[in-house]
Design a protein around this ligand. Sequence first.
Ligand code: OGA
Ligand code: NI
Length: 339
Amino acid sequence: MAAVRVQSLAGSGMESIPAEFIRPLHERPGANTDGPSVKVPLIDIANLSGTTHQGLREKTIADIGNAASEWGLFQVVNHGTSEELIQRLQGVGKEFFDLPQEEKEKYSNNSAVGIMEGYGTKLAHNIDGKLEWIDYYLHMLWPPSRRDFKTWPRHPSSYIEVNDEYARALLQVVNKLLSALSLYLGVEEHAMKEELGGEDLEMEMKINYYPPCPQPELALGVEPHTDMSSLTLLVPNEVPGLQVHKDGHWVGVEYVPNAIIVHIGDQLEVLSNGKYKSVLHRSVVSKDKVRMSWPVFCTPPPNKIIGPMKDLIHDKNPPLYNAKTYAEFKHRKINKLEQ
Ligand code: OGA
Ligand code: NI
């Protein structure tokens, strides 16, 4: 049976949302867990390049390390990916979601059997399984040898070219961030990148499409979760909605034009032996606007074993996590097994 797309539901003119989308009271946006108006760290990373004054570089590395330890989420500007490229990326993604529904269905994934690549919508797995107000598209982005263009949108025709360009630009940002995150921990600059597979590091592109929701105060776009990735780099459109859990409160992430939002994911928490925090986050939806976001999940290759980095472990810092392959980690997380 074909999944019911949230975009189609939203377009049908309903005034109240189906019961499966209604969250329990304590989960609803606007419940008393909403936080004070603090802002997530915003970091200018222009000074990470080797040519700048050493003191400025060290200050930037410390800002990144502190944000990764205290928040697990921060935004970066002056990251070297042009505004024009980000606009093109968003343009081709939006064009896909603006296609007629039957065109999009040609790319349907098979999430019921665990094949997540392609166009998808969450299916309720059990009687009280709640649904999320979101449709998405997922495909492998990097490395080139792991891409299968059959699973990518073929419309618009520039989709592949634009995403390839974005992947190459984003990889530079990932490299800079992993270097800074390594140096802050006192390990060799390339240590984290190597732990994550070096040149085999993988990137997956997700396009999130959150249609307008007639009752946004009752629903969630994505429910609270941490990302399984090492880092997630996300560019949103201008409609706010991402929230991060900080000191027991949900804090909204402000829209900063041309910034990239960086999440610390589970693999960096493990590698850093808990120093960096895989951040709990969720998204809320809007009554009259389409929200879209483009997270890229940077992950180790499936067979790479990830555990606390050896150089960090000593008598006073014993390992807090079991080492295992990324594939095993993923399997356990999806099936809610102990890690
Ligand atoms: C995700 C996610 C947040 C957003 O897709 O993993 O957390 O802002 N998205 O869309
Ligand atoms: Ni996420």
